[in-house]
Design a protein around this ligand. Structure first.
Ligand code: PEP
Ligand code: MN
Length: 681
């Protein structure tokens, strides 16, 4: 019999495979076209994008059909996961990117072409803008951060955690230290391959180089190779690139562990795949921007934040309980050290939900009353949603109802919680607790005049029960000819006196430019009555992590004072103390009219501590003590009172400065009142 040598028996089968592949692609294109039409319809009807129930049904029938045809369920699940992922992103870009489409965006990442960061960046950006994106690789995470801050790039994509290696400290630190916003995330499946120069075989290899983390992840594979040493390299793509030319190529004994894309890019052969010990090796990246870009509320979202709680028992539990009660799911919590406050921590928390969704918005409002600092880092589309878990398990409990509910935007909720039945906020300034159950006496001269004066003042106020020292270095004087304060020199003297007598210091900050210096020297920043409406200053002070005393403007209503406080709270600074200091009325016998009714009124309206300044209200030493006692009786959380060791020498507000005897008399009068209220002083 004649054998036909011209046809390979594999040929017809391969033809069948090619035909099946063609059909597969056509079917996928058909599926995505339908997905797009669903997306358009959802967009015009304002319907939620994610239909978890529908996804569950799709998956169940997909797996059932696959198994009936003899396909493995885990394999089918994996394929479907990819398809659903892609479908969601397509619908997302339909509603999200309408105005961004066509805009060329520049994105920085750490590493070079072929690195996992570059791959993740190009994947993410393909969905964010139809125009080609410019990807710029940088040497270090810090360099990427700098490029974003100075406007060299529009976005930075940085890896924040890996499913095997855990959190990436340098990136977390970068986010903590700079006012950057998280606008998206990407989860990248890391798939390591072994790349070699063409023709090299596994048995030729004596050295395998890669990033140390990649070498660790491929431990089992590497230890199965005899006589091969591991060579740590700066990153996986550079390791691949190093094999491209030079003596290494000639020696032909070195391979690299990198991505398949890096191997292709540098003309290398891939001689082994799936090298990692674990099948699942995912890196989560965050896309950072200079401005927030809150996504459409219909998308399943995550929100990230940083907060600090007071250093007392149960503080963190209370904060987290707020989320539990609001049925907000926490997806990550991590602590970061605070270099200026050893053994205190910032918590980095990610939750499911959009910042403006009703339950998360109210949880965040509640959270403010149990944190001393809260910074929202942004809401962004979620790529690691719990809902995906139903794709990994055959039987999973019914997922929680979607959090993002589209509704007409509510009136922005005030950040301050009315006090009805709720805890008032308390925080510690140094060792001094302020707020509920405590009484704080802040005393000292109007202005710091010399080191001797402020040290004498500190000694005097301390002896009379003051727990904090005041003293202005930058003075807001009504007349430009009056003493304007010693400025920086005054700040130094104030700090010195505070240190000598272990008193935290309070001083006024007049301008945005002065904030860094005042932050460095003082423990509490005071916003004076004349600046209560200086919203630019308030916005900046909202960003700092130091307590602020906000004084009531001379002609401000209580509501206006609360709104001014909102500026601080909105920025994330929750350590705000309100101060009643008298208002302008038709009455001229006192410098201002002390509005003591504001104390109980404010307590009804806000959880913030309220103190009273009788000195600037009275303007007259003799009136200060009775007003101070009345303020305490009205329920103030403390007082700020001007006192001078030698009032006759005072360069500022001489007439209202208490002398040592007045101070002693005031303290004696205050003690029984404070004790009767069960407060600790
Ligand atoms: C002060 O406290 O020194 C001061 C200037 O107060 P006010 O802003 O209330 O006038
Ligand atoms: Mn004064």
């Amino acid at each position: 019999m004649e054998v036909d040598l011209t046809t390979d028996p594999l040929d017809p089968i391969r033809k069948e495979i090619d035909e099946a592949d063609r059909q597969l692609i056509q079917i996928l294109a058909r599926r995505f076209d339908a997905v797009k039409r669903v997306g358009n319809l959802k967009h015009t009807e304002d319907a939620p994008l994610l239909d978890t129930e529908r996804e569950r049904r799709v998956q169940a029938s997909w797996i059932q059909d696959a198994e009936a045809l003899g396909l493995s369920a885990p394999f089918a699940r994996r394929v479907l996961k990819e398809i659903l992922n892609h479908s969601r992103r397509m619908q997302e870009s339909l509603i999200e990117n309408r105005q961004g489409l066509g805009r060329r965006i520049r994105c920085g990442y750490q590493g070079q072409a072929g690195s996992y960061s570059a791959l993740a960046a190009s994947h993410l950006l393909a969905h964010r803008s139809a125009a080609e994106s410019g990807l710029l690789g940088y040497g270090t995470f810090q360099d990427v951060g700098k490029a974003l801050i100075n406007g060299e790039v529009d976005y930075a994509l940085l890896p924040v955690e890996n499913s095997i290696g855990g959190s990436i400290a340098d990136v977390n630190r970068l986010i903590c230290d700079h006012a950057l916003h998280i606008v998206d995330e990407e989860v990248w499946q890391v798939e390591h391959v072994l790349a070699v120069p063409p023709g090299v075989e596994l048995s030729d290899l004596r050295v395998i180089r890669s990033h140390p983390a990649a070498l660790t992840q491929c431990e089992t594979f590497l230890s199965s190779l005899e006589e091969v040493t591991r060579e740590p390299w700066s990153d996986t793509a550079t390791a691949a690139e190093s094999l491209q030319e030079g003596p290494v190529r000639e020696r032909r004994d070195t391979g690299a562990i990198c991505s398949e894309e890096a191997a292709n890019l540098f003309g290398l052969d891939v001689i082994a795949r799936s090298l990692a010990d674990r099948e699942c090796n995912e890196t989560r990246f965050l896309l950072l921007a200079r401005e927030p870009e809150p996504p459409d509320q219909r998308l399943p979202c995550k929100t990230s934040m940083l907060f600090r709680v007071n250093h007392h028992e149960g503080a963190l539990v209370r904060a987290l309980d707020v989320f539990a009660k609001a049925r907000v799911n926490l997806t990550r919590i991590e602590s970061r050290p605070l270099p200026d406050m050893p053994w205190e921590y910032l918590f980095f928390v990610d939750v499911e939900g959009h910042l403006e969704s009703p339950n998360l918005a109210s949880a965040l409002l509640e959270l403010r009353s149990c944190c001393s600092h809260l910074r929202l880092l942004g809401s962004y589309p979620s790529r690691t949603r719990k809902q995906d878990s139903h794709l990994d398990q055959a039987h999973s409990p019914a997922p929680a109802p979607p959090i993002c509910i589209r509704e007409t935007p509510p009136e922005p909720a005030p950040r301050q919680t009315p006090n009805a039945g709720r805890a008032r906020s308390t925080f510690r300034i140094g060792q001094v607790p302020v707020g509920e159950g405590h009484f704080v006496l802040i005393s000292g001269p109007c202005a710091v005049e010399s080191l001797g004066q402020i040290v004498d003042a500190a000694r005097m106020v301390r002896a009379n029960g003051a727990t904090m020292l005041r003293g202005g270095a930058f003075k807001p004087r009504t007349s430009p000819h009056a003493f304007q304060g010693l400025g920086l020199e005054g700040l130094r003297y104030l700090r010195e006196a505070g240190r000598q007598f272990e008193l935290p210091t309070v001083t006024e900050v007049l301008t945005i430019e002065d904030i860094p210096a005042v932050m460095e020297y003082a423990d509490v920043l005071q916003v004076g009555a004349r600046n209560m409406h200086n919203f630019a200053l308030l916005k900046e002070l909202g960003k700092v992590d130091k307590p602020v005393i906000l004084k009531r403007g001379m002609s401000a209503t209580i509501k206006e004072m609360l709104l001014a406080a909102e500026y601080l709270l909105n920025g994330g600074n929750l350590q705000v103390i309100l101060c009643e200091r008298g208002i302008r009325t038709f009455e001229t016998s006192t410098r201002a009219t002390l509005d003591l009714s504001s104390v109980p009124v404010l307590k009804r309206l806000t959880h913030l501590p309220i103190i009273v300044d009788p000195s600037h209200a009275a303007g007259d030493r003799e009136l200060v003590v009775p007003l101070a006692l009345a303020a305490a009786a009205a329920g103030a959380d403390g007082l700020i009172v001007e006192a001078h060791p030698r009032p006759e020498e005072a360069l500022c507000d001489k007439a209202q400065a208490l002398n040592p005897d007045d101070l002693a008399q005031m303290a004696a009068g205050l003690r029984p009142i404070v004790a009767a209220q069960g407060r600790i002083w």
